[in-house]
Write a protein that binds this ligand. Sequence first.
Ligand code: NDP
Length: 476
Amino acid sequence: NLAQIGVTGLAVMGSNLARNLARHGYTVALHNRSIAKTDALLENHGDEGTFIRTESMADFVAALERPRRALIMVKAGDATDSVIEELADLMEPGDVIIDGGNSLYTDTIRREAAMSKRGLNFVGTGISGGEEGALNGPSIMPGGPAEAYESLGPLLESISAHVDGTPCCTHIGPNGSGHFVKMVHNGIEYADMQLIGEAYDLMRKALTMSTDEIADVFRQWNSGDLESYLVEITAEVLAQKDAETGKPLIDVIVDEAGQKGTGRWTVKSALDLGIPTTGIAEAVFARALSSSRDQRTAARDLASGKLAGAPTDRDRFVADINAALYASKVVAYAQGFDQIRAGSAEYDWNVDPGALATIWRGGCIIRAKFLNRIVDAYRDDPDLPSLLLAPYFREAVSAGLDSWRRVVATASTMGIPVPAFASSLSYYDGLRAERLPAALTQGLRDFFGAHTYKRVDKPGSFHTLWGEQTRTEVEV
Ligand code: NDP
């Protein structure tokens, strides 16, 4: 008897996905570069389902039923390339290679093209939900040939998270689309976490609340509009005490945020596509600033220029922060979806934003009640120019606008950094502005570089002989 699917790469993610598959009744072939991980999995969890132990890649491929399906869960980058090559040499036309690692979407585009030349189906899939999700139901974002999804889809859908009976897995589109949307998902995750961090920091510094009090606020928020996995675990992280010192653990953790790169990739792609994904960019830069230890130490005695003290009404300001967090979160998602639509257009992927919001409702790190609203927004208007224009979000942001402004103003006068709250508000104001100073930018560009400009009153491109007294405008 052969395996319906094989997993190669049995570190945390691979072994948990293999167990998830086996628990759903699939026979799973196991392979890892070093046999120790394979044996550890079999020893600890071998009774959870039917596994086939293999040592060499050739045995692994031979253990798979046709068309073969092999899921790669190794380190992203060169390791993934070498495993793909090894597998491809052993496989036959029609077989399916699935890369479930966090690969850069341009690598996936390249790999899919190379594999399709060899008659192999290559599926690059985003998988979100971390270790726990991999075991109990992740959100899965597969990109690749539709033909491959026909045989692979049911299997992936069955092991994914489900919300209201709907699987958190759908065919995203061709080649790199799955990894692209997973990348933007991670970018949104960065923005979400930065916004939560700013909300926490304001309660801490502007309202001098204790960590336990702030944990309570997040717990309450998690039963309202902000209900989400990240808000839920924020309450838990803040409530945790350090076993050694008895202090809140958060106060013992060094305030330098790490990053593995998907946020940075999102911002690079946003720059290339010309999409102002400012919420995610601020989040990536905030992590970079936090990690600039030497500069931060040297800058500790810079003037604060504080203009105001703390808000007097604590409850009201906590409610303001809630509204600012919600509105800024809408902006971050609106920008992320703009980027997905731009990427989809650039690469001809035809990604359905509503279907994507549907599979992000469960399993993944950014899962939130809020996603239902995004699903509704795209169902009502698939061509929505911005999520901010959907009736529900338009209303919600407008209702919290005064609060949002008070939060940004207070943070500014008190000298508390809120890069994501503030830039999201500026984005909102920029988006709704009737006139922007871009007219001046165009004037300056034409002045020093003859870059031309357009006029509000007639079509065409124009150049001005700046400073001349007579008619100086030339149509170009
Ligand atoms: P790691 O990224 O730590 O990768 C370790 C695995 O890769 C081991 O099985 C290792 O084999 C194998 N490996 C490394 N180099 C090679 C190579 N040159 N040839 C063959 N195998 C190699 O494991 P994770 O489980 O954390 O992640 C797996 C993938 O999933 C990564 O791409 C990651 O980005 C992605 N991912 C991770 C998430 C997470 O929460 N951790 C969430 C979503 C995606 P060996 O045991 O022999 O060293």
